[in-house]
Design a protein around this ligand. Structure first.
Ligand code: ZN
Ligand code: ZN
Length: 236
């Protein structure tokens, strides 16, 4: 079956994410757009994923837990997982490497953690957009070790992309899929996401993947098949 997706949406936990990007608002907007699956990918954290996943489950939207990691080179890498427990373990790993810089909400914005009723249950005190200590050379294998898929984010964009910073997407980095709106930029299988920081930026139902079931498991199996079709890829 065709599943319409948007695998890169920020919530109000990202300092740059709009305060209206609450778990319920994101899920409801995605459903209005006709999407079947989304991934919630905040900067260097997955802590609003449990709420979004619970709201998604109640309303018939598959929500994958995810994170947009900032590598030590300031490259953004989308880390997609099937289960929250995997994302949480990955986050614990990332936390240990992250620079500690206090957030200043009046400048960078609030970083709110919410429950499935959109109630604020916490606020991250340290700024989430700073780089981690994880290098782009190790991230693909590391994320794979936690059961996820690492996807270099918005590679056709000038800011924080692997192409802008390294000049090339070396096959030795181990990525088997890329997030890229433009065609002809990479030979890797491509996903096209919104990188929405505002509700109105969430994707229309345009890009889809072929999955056997409309479930996190089905979506992840479909993503793994795409990765396995990457040039020079070994089977995952
Ligand atoms: Zn980014
Ligand atoms: Zn992003």
């Amino acid at each position: 079956m065709k599943l319409y997706y948007d695998f890169h949406i920020h919530s109000c936990l990202s300092p740059c994410g709009d305060e209206d990007n609450t778990p319920n608002n994101i899920v409801n907007m995605a459903l209005l757009q006709g999407l079947n699956v989304i991934a919630l990918a905040d900067h260097n954290t997955a802590r609003n994923c449990p709420a979004a996943m619970a709201v998604g489950q109640k309303n018939g939207l598959v929500v994958l837990p995810a994170m947009e990691l900032t590598t030590s080179e300031d490259i953004h890498v989308l880390c997609l997982f099937e289960q929250y427990s995997q994302a949480a373990r990955w986050e614990a790993h990332v936390q240990k490497t992250r620079q500690r810089v206090r957030n200043r909400p009046e400048i960078f914005g609030h970083q709110r953690i919410m429950n499935e009723k959109d109630e604020v249950i916490g606020e991250e005190p340290d700024l989430l957009i700073v780089s981690s200590g994880i290098s782009v050379e190790e991230v693909a294998a590391l994320v794979e070790g936690y059961g996820g898929i690492a996807v270099p984010a918005h590679i056709d964009k000038p800011a924080n992309s692997v192409l802008a910073i390294l000049g090339a997407l070396d096959p030795g980095l181990g990525f088997r899929m890329a997030e890229c709106a433009a065609e002809g930029v990479t030979e890797l299988p491509r996903i096209v996401d919104s990188d929405a920081h505002y509700l109105w930026d969430i994707a229309d139902a345009v890009h889809w993947i072929e999955a056997e079931t409309c479930s996190a498991h089905g979506v992840f199996a479909a993503l793994r098949r795409m990765c396995a079709s990457a040039p020079g890829s070994r089977n995952l």
